[in-house]
Design a binder for this molecule. Structure first.
Ligand code: SAM
Length: 216
């Protein structure tokens, strides 16, 4: 149902009536949370490029509607580099652990800026690098945190949002998220800890990052 690295709906300060777009919605977990926050007068669109995930998310809609009484969440098949969403039609773009997977992140940020209304905002959680992964540990660290192969640095993330014309950009690294993944009894984790440079831990290299921004 969910493979996340943060809680974008918690940092988005969603209000009733808003239109929310979730990039890489997966099974729809964040869309359903967003839907209950924006209520009957709001709308949530989840976009995902994987037909199986869209089918899964659509199957979850009936349970959501039965539980909340809202029919305000829809899922669209598409790529976040080419969003099936009209210009200036969205109040809030959210995304949870997806941007790092895109081969063209600059284009994703331009698409975010295109679909946002003036005054619209971004609330994204993703994985980002604080420093390059040690080559000898790259595969193991990637296996530990998942979804990190395409992660970029925190400063690159800022540059991409800026280049797309967004303002009020705030980046909050959250090392505790990666630390919480660690299981001392996991042989993979033990192997990583033995091989890490002295005084470092996985979150020295990769962190969960909350990104907020605004279209002015
Ligand atoms: C790690 S999962 C996260 C799913 C969901 N956001 C969550 O928190 O559970 C990544 C999702 O992004 C989708 N995805 C990856 N790259 C994408 C792209 N370029 N365009 C659209 N969807 C993409 C995948 O199909 C997958 O469902």
């Amino acid at each position: 149902m969910g493979l996340s690295c943060g809680n974008p709906t918690a940092i988005a300060s969603l209000k009733p009536g808003e239109v929310v777009l979730d990039l890489g919605a997966g099974g729809g977990f964040d869309c359903f949370i967003a839907g209950s926050k924006v209520g009957a007068t709001g709308r949530v669109i989840g976009v995902d490029m994987t037909p199986e995930m869209i089918m899964k998310a659509r199957r979850n809609v009936s349970t959501y509607t039965a539980q909340t009484g809202f029919s305000n969440v829809e899922f669209r098949l598409g790529e976040i580099e080419n969003l099936p969403v009209a210009d200036a039609s969205v109040d809030v773009v959210i995304s949870n652990c997806v941007l790092n997977l895109s081969p063209d992140k600059a284009r994703v940020w331009r698409e975010i800026a295109r679909v946002l209304r003036t005054g619209g905002r971004v609330a994204v959680s993703d994985l980002a690098l604080l420093r390059p992964l040690p080559e000898a540990l790259r595969t193991d660290l990637e296996a530990l945190v998942g979804c990190v192969a395409g992660a970029i640095s925190v400063s690159e993330m800022r540059s991409l949002a800026e280049a797309a014309g967004l303002g009020s950009i705030e980046l909050r690294p959250k090392p505790e998220y990666v630390d919480a993944l660690t299981d001392w009894n996991d042989p993979l984790y033990q192997r990583i800890m033995q091989a890490l440079p002295a005084g470092t831990r996985p979150s020295t290299f990769v962190v969960s990052l909350d990104v907020t921004a605004r279209k002015n």
